[in-house]
Design a protein around this ligand. Structure first.
Ligand code: FDA
Length: 498
């Protein structure tokens, strides 16, 4: 309630926020999370908490009247559907030249993502975050993150025979034929549960076209792992449908945090101000960067370093599809389990997840999300005319990602005698290059913060999420975000809280 005082306030409940909440509460600190999305615990009239990809309703999207699917077209026709405006689980936040997909709700991105839990290559981690002791990361914090997240691996014998990974097997075969290496990807989706889905022993989720709008079963999202463990301490409270709008030093020490409460139609129902001794920014790369950039511009946190808002990248994301000759299967698991690993290529590293196209019918589509080593970066700036935060990313900055991915998929197409689909991302448009699943950076470790996420000049203010990672990590990012948060929180609790 307005006027309350809390020892620790965490803004956002994604990976960074969930780690902060668990480590603070375990250290005996009463902790309050402020989360703009809702708690995904109550079933709708159909008995399900989340809707699937084939029949999206208001639950799918954050306050939109039409879905904004990543694959927005089919046969060149718009594929989006009208929905009722609701605080749904997937947001697509539009900037001048890109749309950033993000999860909204208790659990953040873990609610909507594909669950791929990939530890980065050590050499690339060291290149991206040279100030972090990689020996410690790979011995302690990556294993801790993988355990806390509930990461598991697929039974490879089952993978080879199950209908639901036919799409991955044919993409592997075509990649291998063209000389590329493929690799299995760990996941937080319970692969034993998936096996039982395939055997019709349990309700289906990954095998019922569920991903990106949430999974009703099988997925170990943060509300079931880190956040559940934090709640079990009895020291965690969460305000949902509350968006932090302002943050400034409080007269008596600590910070004044202002927020608006909305209802599920997006209408403001209250504004509140509380004070907190410590504030942990975990609103994600975009959310944390936007908040801190506007607080600096509005004079509420005037001494923030000039690096705040800098160093944003899209992890080299670009999507593409091939029109195959191979049967990819009517039944496709929504959880990817295999990738093409061409990262060692000096002409343009590519790590491409073999993505499902779970339409429930045979479509002969091979879809990929490529992660490339794109050197381009952008910055967030406050726009005093609109009162909003702009992102400077330009369409042309995606070109290095397209060039790298094109080398791989041209080679695969040429060997297989196949062509690109040009009907899925627009009309005669090959590349899904105007959206991102992996926003990273904006408050880079060692630049906008010290080497542990402490904000210089503001005692008790921390950044703990994906905004710490400078724009690229070479694989799907949540394991790295989690492990870095584990490392930083251990240091902060040991040195700042005692
Ligand atoms: P995250 O975005 O998770 O959490 C931030 C939270 O803060 C959100 O809950 C948000 O609602 C809240 N918030 C924001 N602003 C706020 C404010 N002002 N006040 C209060 N709350 C606020 N990664 C991966 O490793 N493997 C994968 O398979 C995938 N797949 C994938 C698919 C899709 C569709 C998407 C959109 C993303 C992925 N990702 C992924 C990316 C991954 O989900 C992402 O990198 C992490 O969720 C980022 O974690 P953070 O903790 O940085 O923020």
């Amino acid at each position: 309630a307005s006027g309350d005082h809390v020892p620790a306030l965490v803004i956002g409940s994604g990976y960074g926020g969930a780690v902060a909440a668990l480590r603070l509460t375990r250290a005996g600190v009463d902790t309050h999370i402020v989360e703009m999305g809702q708690s995904w615990t109550t079933p709708g009239s159909d008995g399900k908490i989340f809707c699937d990809m084939l029949n999206p309703d208001g639950r799918s999207s954050w306050l939109r009247t039409k879905t904004d699917q990543p694959v927005g077209y089919f046969l060149g026709f718009p594929a989006n559907k009208s929905i009722s405006k609701y605080t749904g689980v997937l947001d697509s936040e539009s900037f001048a030249a890109t749309r950033v997909y993000q999860g909204r709700g208790v659990g953040g991105g873990s609610l909507v993502n594909g669950g791929m839990a990939v530890t980065p290559r050590r050499a690339y981690f060291e290149e991206v975050l040279p100030s972090v002791d990689s020996g410690e990361m790979y011995a302690t914090y990556f294993p801790r993150a993988n355990a806390g997240l509930g990461v598991n691996t697929i039974d490879q014998a089952w993978f080879e025979t199950t209908d639901c990974y036919q799409y991955a097997r044919v993409s592997r075969m075509r990649a291998n034929n063209a000389g590329f290496t493929t690799t299995f990807l760990p996941n937080v989706y319970d692969f034993d549960y998936m096996k039982r889905e395939a055997a019709n022993q349990v309700p289906r989720s990954a095998l019922a076209s569920e991903v990106i709008y949430g999974n009703n079963y099988g997925k170990r999202s943060l509300d079931k792992t880190y956040l559940a463990a934090a709640a079990a301490t009895g020291r965690l409270t969460i305000s949902t449908l509350h968006t932090v709008t302002s943050l400034a030093p409080a007269p008596g020490g600590g910070y004044t945090v202002e927020m608006v409460q909305i209802d599920t139609s997006g209408r403001t129902v209250a504004t509140k101000a509380v004070t907190a001794d410590r504030v942990f920014c975990a609103a994600g790369s975009v959310g944390t960067s936007k908040l801190l950039v506007s607080m600096k511009a509005q004079g509420k946190l005037p001494n923030l370093p000039s690096a705040v808002g800098e160093g944003w990248g899209n992890n080299g994301n670009v999507m593409v599809a091939r029109a195959g000759l191979d049967l990819t299967g009517a039944l496709q698991s929504g959880m990817p389990a295999m990738g093409i690993d061409n990262w060692a290529d000096p002409n343009g590293p590519v790590f491409a997840e073999i993505a499902p196209f779970p339409a429930g019918t045979e479509l002969w589509i091979n879809l990929y999300l490529a992660i490339t080593k794109n050197p381009n970066r952008a910055r967030f700036t406050f726009n005093s005319t609109t009162g909003k935060v702009d992102l400077s990313w330009q369409a042309s900055q995606t070109q290095p990602s397209i060039d790298a991915a094109k080398r791989v998929f041209d080679a695969i197409n040429s060997k297989a005698g196949t062509i690109y689909r040009t009907d899925l991302f627009g009309v005669y448009k090959t590349w899904g290059d105007d959206f991102v699943y992996h926003p990273l950076g904006g408050c880079v470790l060692g630049q906008a913060t010290d080497d542990y996420g402490r904000v210089p000049g503001y005692t008790g203010l921390y950044v703990v999420d994906g905004s710490l990672i400078p724009g690229s990590i070479g694989v799907n990012p949540f394991v790295t975000i989690t492990a870095l948060a584990e490392r930083n929180m251990e240091k902060i609790i040991a040195t700042d809280l005692h």
